[in-house]
Design a protein around this ligand. Structure first.
Ligand SMILES: NC(=O)C1=CN([C@@H]2O[C@H](COP(=O)(O)OP(=O)(O)OC[C@H]3O[C@@H](n4cnc5c(N)ncnc54)[C@H](O)[C@@H]3O)[C@@H](O)[C@H]2O)C=CC1
Ligand SMILES: N[C@@H](CCCCNC(=O)[C@H]1CCC=N1)C(=O)O
Length: 263
């Protein structure tokens, strides 16, 4: 998994507030209202413990603090354990945590100790960023959506788009992965040479670890790009030229989706 850096998280608090405002403008739901809608759950005064984990590449500066900001920004009671790892887990339970948030280099999870529900960041991130496009009121009648990046975040997004009855077109630099997804799901390979498939889209989802994966060829004027991928997959120049609105935030949106998945 591509690991966040403290630089990726430097502007996270502003990005979360700005993206919440954009999501509200696009869908008429605030971010937590949209999470309520898609999961059918709501917070109930849960106490959330954030446990720093030293495994692998170790602690990422601002990671735990970004999770705490997210938990508190949406009105929940949260704390970062003083201890890391197993000692931190013990501390969390002894301090009455209902939900544990913790991440090593392979998985970032939310685990609700009271109802045993567990959520994975890549799945919940794909789901919420896809639902933002599906719930964008200006584009409700256009069912075409392009998904760029068919990995651990992009694949749950494909599943979400299908559940929401979208016409899904997929692209990935790994053509074997495209073939796998097209054979496993009722989706179409994005192929600009095929006259039967759209060349450009009002709704684009991107989850790759590369920049500039969204070319001008796939854009329409006022397209909406929902992209958890870091770095941003669309250039500032194209955003400006095509008046693109971009939903992109490094950690908080996916984290809130995980919390609603375990309430
Ligand atoms: N904003 C957030 O909350 C989160 C962001 N992420 C970010 O999302 C991105 C994707 O994460 P994962 O799905 O876990 O990675 P992954 O490695 O499982 O999947 C990435 C996919 O993108 C494809 N790809 C790479 N370069 C490409 C290109 N130039 N054009 C098209 N496809 C390309 C790869 O072949 C692969 O299938 C990473 O940058 C990760 O840091 C992940 C989780 C949460
Ligand atoms: N062990 C570290 C956290 C490691 C997180 C690695 N995973 C990512 O960076 C994923 C999560 C969303 C995007 N990438 C700590 O506790 O400080």
């Amino acid at each position: 998994m591509a690991l966040l850096t403290p630089e990726d998280l430097a502007n996270m608090t502003n990005a979360l507030v700005e993206n919440d405002r954009l999501i509200t403008e696009l869908t008429n739901y605030s971010l937590d209202g949209l999470c309520r809608k898609i999961y059918g759950t709501a917070p109930n005064n849960e106490k959330v413990a954030i446990i720093p984990i030293t495994a692998g590449n170790g602690i990422i500066g601002s990671f735990s603090e970004s999770l705490l900001f997210t938990v508190q920004h949406f009105g929940m009671d949260g704390f970062i354990t003083e201890n890391t790892d197993v000692a931190g887990y013990y501390e969390a339970v002894m301090k009455g945590a209902d939900i544990i948030l913790m991440a090593d280099d392979l998985a970032y999870i939310a685990h609700n100790l009271k109802n045993s529900k567990i959520a994975h960041n890549q799945i919940c991130t794909g789901r919420i960023y896809a639902e933002i496009l599906c719930n964008a009121k200006d584009y409700a009648d256009d069912k075409d959506v392009l998904v760029i990046g068919l990995g651990k975040v992009g694949t749950p997004a494909v599943e979400t788009f299908l559940k929401e009855k979208q016409n899904v077109y997929v692209f990935d630099v790994d053509s074997n992965r495209v073939d796998e997804v097209v054979s496993e799901y009722p989706v179409s390979k994005y192929d600009p040479t095929d006259s039967k498939t759209p060349n450009s889209f009002f709704k684009i989802f991107e989850a790759t670890p590369c920049a500039d994966t969204i070319s001008k060829d796939v854009l329409k004027q006022n397209s909406l790009v929902s992209t958890p991928g870091i770095p941003c997959g669309i250039s500032d120049e194209l955003i400006e030229k095509y008046s693109i609105r971009v939903v992109l935030e490094p950690l908080g949106i996916g984290t809130l989706s995980m919390l609603y998945a375990v309430f």
